[in-house]
Design a protein around this ligand. Structure first.
Ligand code: COA
Length: 373
């Protein structure tokens, strides 16, 4: 039987990682509500939860923090490659290339046991922000900033981007944003990672496939397109008319709609809160105010709800990131989730190979060259 286009409604994997209830707008990681995790947990705590199944006690959290903090330096080869791509490479293309290159020389490359995947996963998750920051600073002609093992994951990310000690509010906002985006069921990039892992390809291969898939504007690329839209509108007073016009022309509004959520995306609620806090703290009210007007108009005209990418755009912009870094930040946030899914897939693997429905011509006789029209 042919599944709906885009595999809508098809259950294609079993997972113990995240539970989504699209009707009620619920998301939970290993049974813990995203609302509680956003309010109380740190990036490293949630990484531990996804990778080991339980919230860490103090000692286990320290160990996860240390593990990530000690693995942040890129190998000389990867660093050189990232810098060589600095001038012409787009940040997502460079990140995908860097993660693929991290396989070279990895001592666990050909092992896919849970322990080997955790070791490799720790290195990859730790080094993704370093690769993003190194590329961004290189393309701006700025010297690289060495990771600081005393800082947490989010604080160190901001430190490596700017070379300045980040404010507590900025650290908390990035930390929460990364928690909110860490896992989300069988979304397209996670599915890509699991398909690759299902062939028993290694973790680096699976993560390269995931990053490639996240790039598209119907998935992670939407946060970049939201910022393009905000800039195009330019003035909050024009937001409602812009949205009405776009919807009348049947154009998609980036950052709205979702395959699974039929109500408000619970992650959008928290990202809206972060965006509001940053707007108030920085006095940069424009993007936030414009975003609330777009949201209200989408709801009024087509009953469309904001998704995770909508308020991520204004949040990242107020944190000082260029808009072509928004999707790479999403990748840095989602990486621990992809890694947990690859571990799940490798633990109880079966090749993922669906059927196709053939819609080409019926069988026909071979035609020699001289008889072809
Ligand atoms: N803007 C305007 N209309 C939208 C919309 C949006 N962002 N998202 C969905 N719709 C409308 C469609 O036009 C369609 O309306 P119709 O029935 O009148 O034709 C209906 O809602 C269903 O949309 P469809 O694209 O078929 O849903 P999908 O499940 O295939 O797609 C997305 C889901 C996420 C790809 C889609 O909502 C989208 O393209 N959103 C914008 C990109 C984005 O934000 N992606 C990040 C997702 S987290």
């Amino acid at each position: 039987m042919f599944a709906k286009e885009g595999l809508q409604g098809v259950v294609a994997a079993r997972t113990g990682l995240s539970r989504i209830d699209g009707e009620r707008g619920v998301l939970a990681y290993r049974g813990y509500s995203i609302d509680d995790l956003a309010r109380h947990a740190s990036f490293e705590e949630v990484v531990h939860l996804l990778w080991h199944g339980e919230l860490p006690n103090r000692a286990a959290l320290d160990e996860t923090r240390r593990g990530l903090a000690q693995q942040r330096l890129l190998s000389p080869g990867v660093a050189e490659l990232v810098q060589a791509c600095a001038r012409d490479g787009g940040p997502m293309d460079v990140l995908r290339t860097a993660v693929s290159a991290m396989a070279v020389g990895d001592p666990d490359l050909h092992e896919s046991t849970r322990e080997a995947n955790l070791r490799k996963g720790c290195r990859i998750a730790a080094q993704i922000p370093t690769a993003i920051a190194l590329h961004d600073r290189s393309r701006k002609g700025q010297p690289a900033v060495r990771p600081d093992p005393e800082l947490g994951h989010a604080a160190n990310f901001l430190w490596m981007m700017t070379g300045r000690r980040p404010e507590d509010l900025a650290v908390r906002c990035l930390d929460v944003a990364m928690v909110l985006q860490m896992d989300h069921g069988l979304n397209a990039s996670t599915f890509a990672a699991r398909v690759a892992a299902g062939t028993l390809a290694d973790l680096h291969a699976a993560l390269t496939a995931a990053i490639a898939t996240l790039k598209g504007p119907l998935h992670g690329g939407a946060n970049h397109d939201v910022m393009v839209m905000l800039r195009t509108i330019g003035d909050p007073e024009r937001a409602a008319d812009y949205v009405r016009g776009a919807l009348a022309q049947k154009r998609k509004i980036p950052g709205f709609g979702h395959r699974v959520y039929k109500t408000l995306d619970p992650r959008a609620v928290h990202l809206k809160e972060l965006s509001a806090r940053l707007a108030q703290a920085t006095g940069q009210e424009t993007w936030y105010r414009m975003s609330t007007l777009i949201e209200a108009t989408c709801k009024e005209v087509k009953n469309l709800n904001a998704n995770v990418d909508f308020y991520a755009a204004s949040t990242y912009s107020m944190l000082g990131f260029d808009m072509d870094l928004f999707t790479p930040i999403f990748a840095a946030s989602r990486a621990p989730g992809w890694i947990a899914h690859v571990i799940e897939q490798h633990t109880d693997n079966r090749l993922i190979r669906p059927l196709e429905e053939y819609i080409g011509p019926p069988d026909r006789p071979w035609v020699p060259m001289e008889e072809r029209s």
